[in-house]
Design a protein around this ligand. Structure first.
Ligand code: ATP
Ligand code: MG
Length: 569
């Protein structure tokens, strides 16, 4: 298969979304010295999915649009779940989507600074080591309307906390035996202020820092500070972080105290997550599908991952087009999977090479066509793009056509192959069906037709119109291929809201393999470098990475919205 050449991303000129409006104003007001810096902060504990694509288009897109920079920040604060395989996959997927980062940063780059900050909070009496279990701590949290209960360790001497924190960090404490908590306000209506846990013990080597640390900062203690250390100006995330924002600001205020009196600071902005019908977006559940062998891997074409969509035949432009279509708001929504498909059709229609492929073949014999004759006919590569040129297809006496394009006893409005009726063979001749041949079980094994030599497509005077056009391939000069057709992976529109285990919601018919299809040779070895194909009248397809010239295998990206004009009504 040819390697794809992603087109550089450009932000569609379509008015500014609400975060772009904020950025435009901040830049005009000279905030942060008129600098714009964002970051895309995945946790390297899985592959990126279509939801991440929405965040990527925002974080990188806004930097691009306003002349700023976006860094890739690997949010690697939990060595239990993280893997360098994921880091490589994340980088590959971002680039494939058409974006480029300024720098690659890690939350772990700031472990020293975060440690110093934690120690300084302890010294100021603003943090303490709690030796309760996480269950006890959770029980004492209270409710939004009821204050929490103070830990018995809340007022322990500073020196004790310093000594214990040191032990936590050095690996002298067992996991779960103690945590470091910020001492803020156990009665705060915002539950995140009720002495949040800021460090916990994890006795596992870290991919970046090895065995240097045995206690690691929690998200709320790492994220905002990392933004600050890095010089992020606009920290854009999804709506579930709205209640975390005051804590984000609190820690930055503490960090800035006395050191930096200017207004240089990151600010957090939130937009709505992407949720898609018939799809799960939780990395934990996607990982389970992979680990339990319920899908072929992270890049299974049924997966909502970027690599799955790529293997399915989605172009980067179609994913960006989809994100653009749904837009950014502050209201949570469940988007129709059909919109993603519509975005793919819109883009692939402009991009895909048109080829002939017969997925459910039956032999078609043109009985009045000379046995030894082979004609080369012109086939336009893409009617939407003249520059894509054309290729040749061969025509001869024996062809393959779709079984569904023949009917022995057809209703009046059937404009395909039926005894006595005429139909055009795409790019070739008008033929009149003369009957069919059946085997002893009554199954049709051959359709017969006669061609009109004066009706060749493109020939002067050959513009005689017939109502239907069907596709075909030359039986002696085509390639046998396997084709995979896909249906949604889940049977219910909102699997994450379903009380049943997500494994029970898997669609047993999510993939169907057609073992014997016939495609024209150009589908297998076109030299244009364009991997996107339209099988005429059938849908958009791409060769699977495992496909070879000897054993071609195609994945259907998406069907065509409407059956072909002149085809089935
Ligand atoms: P999970 O909870 O499944 O692990 P996550 O949200 O924690 O996913 P991260 O790797 O932490 O995944 O996410 C990196 C960035 O991508 C974050 O800024 C997050 O807000 C954003 N993101 C993740 N999922 C979505 C989604 N469905 N829609 C939009 N943005 C998302
Ligand atoms: Mg996360």
């Amino acid at each position: 298969m040819k390697t794809e050449q992603p087109q550089p991303a450009t932000t569609a000129d379509k008015g500014l979304n609400f975060i772009e409006q904020i950025v435009e104003k901040d830049l005009a007001d000279g905030l942060n010295d008129g600098r714009l810096q964002t970051r895309f902060p995945p946790e390297p504990n899985g592959y990126l999915h279509i939801g991440h694509a929405k965040a990527i288009c925002m974080d990188f897109g806004i930097a691009q649009r306003f002349g700023g920079v976006c860094n890739l920040r690997l949010d690697d604060t939990n060595p239990q779940k993280e893997d360098t395989e994921y880091v490589e996959a994340i980088k590959r997927d971002i680039r494939w989507l058409g974006f480029e980062w300024g720098k690659v940063c890690h939350a772990s780059d700031y472990f020293d600074k975060l440690y110093d900050f934690a120690v300084s909070l302890i010294r100021q009496g603003k943090a303490y080591v709690d030796e309760q279990t996480s269950e006890q701590i959770a029980q004492q949290k209270g409710t939004p309307t009821q204050a929490g209960t103070a830990s018995p360790f809340r007022d322990r001497p500073v020196d004790e906390s310093l000594t214990l924190f040191e032990k936590m960090v050095k690996g002298e404490i067992e996991e779960g035996a103690m945590v470091l908590r910020a001492k803020i306000d156990m009665a705060n209506p915002n539950m995140h202020f009720r002495d949040p846990i800021i460090y916990r013990v994890i006795n596992k080597p870290h991919p970046q820092t090895g065995t240097k640390w045995h206690a690691y900062p929690m998200y709320d203690f790492a994220h905002g500070q990392s933004d600050y250390f890095e010089g992020v100006t606009h920290s854009i995330c999804t709506l579930e972080f709205v209640p975390h924002r005051p804590l984000y600001d609190y820690f930055i205020d503490e960090l800035k105290e006395g050191k930096d009196l200017s207004d240089h600071r990151p600010r957090q902005y939130e937009f709505n997550r992407l949720n898609l019908t018939y799809t799960l977006m939780s990395k934990r559940k996607l990982l389970a599908l992979v680990q339990e062998g319920l899908v072929e891997g992270w890049d299974d074409p049924r997966m909502p991952t970027i690599c799955g969509l790529r293997r399915r035949g989605y172009s980067p432009e179609s994913i960006r087009g989809f994100v653009n279509m749904i837009g950014y708001t502050r209201i949570e929504a469940l988007n129709e999977y059909g919109m993603l498909e519509a975005a793919a059709r819109e883009d692939l229609n402009k991009r895909a090479l048109r080829v002939s492929a017969v997925l459910d073949p039956v032999r078609l014999v043109i009985t009045n066509y000379p046995e030894d004759r082979v004609e080369e006919l012109e086939a336009i590569n893409n009617p939407e793009c003249e520059a894509d040129g054309s290729h040749t297809v061969t025509f001869s006496r024996e062809l393959w056509m779709e079984r569904a394009d023949f009917m022995e006893d057809a209703p009046k409005k059937y404009f395909r192959m039926s005894p006595g009726r005429e139909v055009r063979l795409k790019n070739a001749y008008i033929v009149k069906c003369t009957g069919c041949v059946k085997d002893e079980t009554g199954r049709i094994v051959q359709v017969n037709a006669e061609y009109d030599p004066d009706s060749k497509s493109g020939m002067p005077g050959a513009d005689r119109k017939v109502k239907g056009t069907i596709h075909w391939v030359d039986a002696a000069r085509c390639v046998k291929a396997k084709v995979r057709l896909y249906e949604p992976l889940f049977t219910v529109p909102d699997p994450s809201a379903d009380p049943r285990d997500f494994r029970e919601l898997l669609n047993p018919a999510s993939v169907k393999v057609l073992e014997e299809c016939y495609v024209e040779p150009f589908a297998v070895n076109n030299s244009t470098g364009n991997p996107y194909l339209q099988f005429q009248r059938t849908g958009y397809f791409i060769a699977d990475p495992s496909s070879t010239t000897e054993a071609p295998l195609f994945n259907r990206t998406v069907s065509l919205k409407d059956s072909w004009k002149g085809g089935q009504k």
